[in-house]
Design a protein around this ligand. Structure first.
Ligand SMILES: C[S@@+](CC[C@H](N)C(=O)[O-])C[C@H]1O[C@@H](n2cnc3c(N)ncnc32)[C@H](O)[C@@H]1O
Length: 265
C-alpha cells in the first residue's frame, strides 16, 4: 500500500490515517450538490417508492447527506405525510440538508448508522449511492445490519444501491476531474483488492486560493458477501436487479439494487 496511507489498521480503520466516520461528509458538504448534480440514480428512489404502502409510511435513510434522495422521495410521495428520518454522521452535511427546509414530518439526526438507529418499526430503510461502503470494516457492517434488522417492520424492506466491485482495477490512479482556467481538481486513488478498499483524495487547486484536500474511503463487499452478512442478522434477499427499475442483474452489471426483508416474512 502507498506510503501516504496509514500502515496499521488499528491506527487507520478507514485506510487513511486520521480519517473518521465524519471525514467524508465534512470534506464534501460544500461541493456535494454541485459535483454530484448529474448522478444517474433517480431509478433507485422510484424503486423504493414502488414498494411503499398506499398509506402514510415510516421511512429511514442511512447517510442522508445533503438530503438529495429525500427530496426525490417527497416529490414522489406528495400525497402522503410519511414519517421520514435521515441519519448522517456529518453535521456539515446535515446543515446543507436543513437548508432545504423540509416539511416537519422529515427529521434529520446526527449519528453513526453503524452504532445507533432511531426506534422503528420502519416500512423501508434505504441506503443509496454506495453509502453503505462508507463503513470501515465488516464489524461495522454487521452492526449496521443488526440494527436494520431490529428496526424493520415485519414486512419492511431494506434497500441498498451499490456499485459492483471491480477487482481488476487495482493500484494507484490519478485523473483530472475538473480543469478550467481558474481551477484544477485531481482525483488520486489507491485500490487494494485484498482489503477490498479504495482510498482517495480530490485535490483542488483554485487560482489565488488555498489547496483543498477532500479525502474519501470505500470498503466494498460483493453482493454475495452482503447476502451472507445480512443473513447473519436475519435478513434474506428479496430481489436483486441491475438498477432500481428492475433491469436484470448480471455479472457485468456496473451496480446492483438489492432488497432484503426479515426472514420468515
Ligand atoms: C456518498 S454520500 C451520500 C449522501 C446521500 N445518501 C446521497 O445519495 O446523496 C454518503 C453520506 O454518508 C454519510 N456517512 C458516512 N458514514 C456514515 C456513518 N457511519 N454514519 C452516518 N452517516 C455516514 C456521509 O457523511 C455522507 O453524507
Amino acid at each position: 500500500m502507498s506510503d501516504f496511507l496509514g500502515s496499521n489498521a488499528a491506527d487507520a480503520p478507514f485506510g487513511i490515517a486520521g480519517y473518521t466516520e465524519t471525514t467524508y461528509g465534512d470534506s464534501f458538504a460544500d461541493v456535494y450538490d454541485d459535483w454530484y448534480a448529474d448522478l444517474n440514480d433517480a431509478d433507485f428512489m422510484i424503486g423504493v417508492v414502488a414498494t411503499l404502502p398506499a398509506h402514510n409510511a415510516r421511512i429511514l435513510e442511512l447517510g442522508v447527506g445533503t438530503g438529495r434522495l429525500i427530496t426525490q422521495l417527497l416529490e414522489q410521495r406528495s400525497q402522503f405525510t410519511d414519517t421520514i428520518i435521515g441519519i448522517d454522521s456529518s453535521e456539515a452535511m446535515l446543515s446543507v440538508a436543513r437548508g432545504r427546509s423540509f416539511p416537519s414530518h422529515v427529521e434529520l439526526v446526527c449519528a453513526d448508522f453503524s452504532r445507533t438507529l432511531p426506534d422503528g418499526p420502519f416500512d423501508a430503510i434505504f441506503v443509496g449511492y454506495n453509502t453503505l461502503f462508507n463503513l470501515p470494516d465488516t464489524d461495522a457492517l454487521l452492526s449496521c445490519l443488526s440494527l436494520v434488522s431490529q428496526r424493520l417492520s415485519p414486512t419492511g424492506i431494506f434497500h441498498i444501491d451499490a456499485v459492483m466491485p471491480m477487482p481488476d482495477e487495482v493500484g494507484d490512479n490519478v485523473t483530472v476531474r475538473t480543469m478550467t482556467t481558474n481551477e484544477v481538481v485531481l482525483s488520486i486513488s489507491s485500490h487494494n483488492a485484498d482489503d477490498q478498499r479504495i482510498t482517495g483524495q480530490f485535490v483542488q487547486f483554485i487560482h489565488g486560493g488555498q489547496t483543498r484536500l477532500r479525502p474519501w474511503s470505500v470498503r466494498y463487499w460483493t453482493p454475495q458477501q452482503l447476502d451472507t452478512h445480512a443473513s447473519t442478522h436475519g435478513l434474506t434477499l428479496l430481489s436483486r436487479h441491475g438498477d432500481g427499475s428492475g433491469a436484470q442483474f448480471t455479472s457485468s452489471s456496473p451496480r446492483h439494487v438489492s432488497r432484503y426483508q426479515r426472514k420468515g416474512q
